[in-house]
Design a protein around this ligand. Sequence first.
Ligand SMILES: Cc1ncc(COP(=O)(O)O)c(C=O)c1O
Length: 495
Amino acid sequence: MRRSLPKKGLSKDEILEKLKEYSKEDLDPSSGKLFTIAFESGIEEIRDVAFEAMKMFAFKNMLDFTEFPSMIKMEKDLVDVAVDLMHGDEKVTGTFTFGGTESVFLAVKAARDKFLLKKGFTIPEIVMPITAHPCYDKAAEYMGLKVKRVKVNEKYEACPEAINEALTENTAIIVGSAPNWPFGTVDPIEELAEIALDKKIWLHVDACVGGFVLPFMKKLGEKIPDFDFKIEGVCSISLDPHKYAYTPIGASILLFREKFYKIYSQFANLKWPGYPIVNPAVLSSRSEATLAAAWAVMNFLGEEGYLNLAKKILNARNKILKSLKEMDYKLMGEPSVILAFTGNLNLFKLCDEMAKRGWIFLPQRGIEGIAPSVHLTITPLHEMFVDPMLEDLKLVTEKIKDLPPSESEKVLEVFGMIMNLLAPGELDLSTIGKILEDIEKMAEIYGSKLLETFGLEKGFPKEMAMIYQFLNAFPPEIAELLVNYIVVEIFHRGF
Ligand SMILES: Cc1ncc(COP(=O)(O)O)c(C=O)c1O
């Protein structure tokens, strides 16, 4: 049923009651039980400091920095901190965005525009390891670039030879991660930089995850390869306060080695009869709230705070690593703040069983040549929770390790083999267009049935293993269409 505005406004109490009801099924990010998505320090005062700052600035709009110059001051402070952590010199400049994806969009736009201005019209290419975040594919899809993903080495790190081989005269940008999201491994940026310098190609370092934590882990003696502006050839770096600087969601920073590079990332327009537009970010109107909160939290914690929090992460991570080894799980490369493991059992079921005990792990589907795995993002808060989590992991491992695949799993496996035979490799645009047309017709008829099959009609099911296995049975392009369709339906219907 469609809702409309209440005839008469609700009271504050009624509103808060209703919102509480809406959030009844949400997980609690500060529970310490989420091993993905939630970047929690475990320091309660952070929330107070952040909320106070947000209150002061929520209704101020960064769109017009002449009206609210506070944003320039706060942004400059945060950029300075990021430059310092990334060993930038006086020339390095940056911008504040609302998230890693937005920073990446701007880095890709800058590299693309710089490349096209020199090269003239062509379709520019992004070359990156298979482990790079899909926000690069998203940027490419939005901005008309082509992506080449290449294999990683046996340690799940970028393979410089494979990157080098994939370069063409149309390569506008190479990407390396510090670390990547799936496995938490850090790419050999120094080697990528040599190639980039040699071929005069823009090198972007994605330190969205690691930018605010790896420097502190290094100070504590962890062996982490250099990945920042110390390395000649690194043109831009993205790093997200809303991840390991523990600030409210909606905060990322993009740094450029040269001040002039930033111009390529911006948008200016004086072609309309209105005010002159100059946007340093993708969005135009933006609340100052998350910028102020990031400023507040980072200054509240200071260097000492971040060092202490990095210590907690290492304690938690090392305990988990030891336990995983004892349980015979196989690590996917050298982990950092993220780790991933695989094993000879149904990992999707393992995640479901852990979720029944309240622990949220992230199952990863794998791709050809890379086994499915389980991803854990380790945060300082986990130091307090690893022991009970590992106890449960031992129990669950015992419980599921000898379970034979169910009948439906066997069917899915065969189904997957057939699907991959029918549509191997990449699908071209016209085939996808045709499938999309068919899906549109079929969705009207079978849409409800599909949601029912997945148990998605009334909310998210407690067990996701079947969905993951089902999606794994399809070639990625078909699976992408399916998940797109399901998400449109869910948002349209609401629960
Ligand atoms: C390595 C990496 N880069 C970029 C992003 C995109 O960041 P955001 O979700 O803030 O847009 C992520 C998100 O997890 C990431 O892990």
